[in-house]
Design a protein. Structure first.
Length: 146
């Protein structure tokens, strides 16, 4: 083994350990944090870094030991780093919308007081044939009838 292979092995081992630690911490945060808005931080930040660390370790290991240069790990890492924040944003917007319409079955984070007025926030309105109405007004009326 050459010195470069030993350095690469140490780097790969460190990245796998670091990635595993981030994935464990992110998963633990997903389970232990109390509300949806705080639970989003575990998988979108820590777990994404954990998986990214393992993929970067794979990108280093295979060229050094097997001479295989592929872009699979790089493409997976890019897709993960692009899609995780977008997914978290969409989940957060849906949660805020449900809180604003008061149709959230488990409002554990009590953020209704901090939400903007429904007239000034585009997420709460939808254009209908009759004009602008609250997007969840029909659903709220159905829930109130039950």
């Amino acid at each position: 083994m050459t010195d470069m292979t030993v350095i690469a092995d140490i780097l790969v081992a460190a990245l796998i350990l670091l990635g595993g630690a981030f994935a464990l911490i992110g998963s633990w945060g997903l389970v232990r944090l109390p509300s949806l808005m705080t639970r989003l931080h575990g998988p979108t930040k820590a777990t994404t870094l954990g998986v990214g660390g393992v993929l970067v370790a794979s990108m280093i290991y295979f060229p050094v030991h097997h001479g295989l240069y592929t872009a699979h790990e790089l493409l997976i890492t890019l897709f993960l780093f692009i899609s995780a924040p977008i997914t978290a944003n969409m989940i957060a917007k849906a949660h805020l919308h449900r809180q604003g319409m008061r149709i959230d079955p488990n409002p554990a984070d009590d953020i209704q007081e901090g939400l903007p007025e429904s007239e000034i926030w585009a997420t709460f309105h939808v254009e209908t044939a009759n004009g602008t109405e609250d997007a969840g007004s029909d659903l709220v009326k159905d829930l109130e009838r039950r």
